[in-house]
Design a protein around this ligand. Sequence first.
Ligand code: ZN
Length: 198
Amino acid sequence: MASPELDALTQALARLPGLGPRSARRAVLHLIKKRETSLVPLLKALETVSETLETCDICGNVDTHNPCGICTDPRRDEKSLCVVEEVADLWALDRSKLFPGKFHVLGGRLSALDGVRPEDLAIDKLVARIEAGGVEEVVLAMNATLEGQTTAHYLAERLERFPLRITQLASGMPVGGELDYLDEGTLAQALRLRRPVA
Ligand code: ZN
């Protein structure tokens, strides 16, 4: 029988995506056994992240500093801006290392069903970034879902008045596909074959 403290830890871990009660129990046992090499470093990492975590005022990425590492990276191409639904999508694309530009996180997708309207997303912020000048291409990297595509069309209309090349990920993306779940090859292909928004 575990103590209430260990129980609380197990329950907290079990609420994480991808972990259930069984994996959470195994993780807790591992942390107990490997106190010095697992528990202590994990605790330190959690503390650091918890104390320093911020949402980037420019792009909406989550990082330990604001503006984030991507926005402040001088090697990134300011002329290309990739618009994504969620931070997880930004991280997926960034992991693929194929997009040399900067990002913009909307914070979701338009959805009549869930009552998500344009003003609920970081769309005005996106328009303001483009109005500020310097951006030549916008890649609409929405998920291949109905709502993702609705959002892409809406954005394409909102950005019509700017002298931009507006592209979206190629249809190599499986229908209903979510960026975060794609393997890097598929993602790379979708990005490389990006096409103008019709
Ligand atoms: Zn940023």
